[in-house]
Design a protein around this ligand. Structure first.
Ligand code: 5GP
Length: 189
């Protein structure tokens, strides 16, 4: 998506360790009209698939997921991150290794909100090693729901998550696919 690629080139900042900072329009301050254009693109890609639920992970996926849910006319569930071992209540749970923070945490979704009849689109801001997406997919599978696919704002294709999950048959649509960030400049492709 050209609009997003242009914005990454204009306002994104490449940090050490293969991290792209997009705090001025996506991860901290949020450009909601850009999100609207991204949502339209996700809708164009996944319309007609009967999607009735969007699933994301807190915190930075929530904004994009909400605007996307408006396009699909369906609710959003965000998986909550928790460090609590004894998780109270009736929840699906999965472990995620954080790429940006170097830690492992549990994510949970209430069984009340993710149902066997659901056709789920997962939305997230970044795809890197694929741990966050794998965790979310595992929640969908545990619920017996159908995974239609994943819509990702920025895929770092020089990390293995996208390839790994596509080879398992997951439909992943990324709006900006970065193949390298060498020399501090994102290259798309
Ligand atoms: P993965 O689990 O695919 O390795 O990483 C996905 C998660 O890590 C995303 O939800 C995002 O929060 C975070 N992440 C991974 N790489 C980056 C990056 O380069 N920049 C930012 N801002 N977040 C990232």
């Amino acid at each position: 998506m050209q609009l997003l690629e242009e914005r990454i080139l204009k306002d994104g900042k490449v940090k050490d360790g293969g991290i792209l900072k997009v705090d001025s329009f996506l991860n901290h301050q949020m450009d909601v009209s850009l999100f609207g254009e991204m949502a339209k693109e996700f809708y164009r890609l996944f319309a007609g698939e009967g999607i009735n639920k969007i699933l994301t992970i807190e915190a930075s996926g929530i904004g994009i997921a909400c605007i996307t849910a408006q396009a699909f006319g369906c609710p959003v569930i965000f998986a909550k991150k928790t460090k609590t071992k004894n998780i109270a209540g009736d929840v699906y749970t999965s472990k995620v290794e954080s790429f940006t923070h170097g830690t492992t945490y549990d994510i949970i979704v209430s069984k009340e909100f993710l149902l066997p009849d659901d056709k789920v689109l997962i939305i997230d801001d970044f795809l890197a090693n694929g741990a966050a997406l794998e965790g979310l997919i595992s929640l969908v599978n545990d619920a017996g729901a159908s995974l239609i696919g994943a819509g990702i704002a920025i895929e770092k294709a020089f990390q293995p998550g996208g390839e790994k999950l596509r080879s398992k048959g997951v439909r992943i649509e990324s709006l900006a696919k970065i193949k390298s960030m060498e020399g501090g400049k994102p290259v798309f492709g």
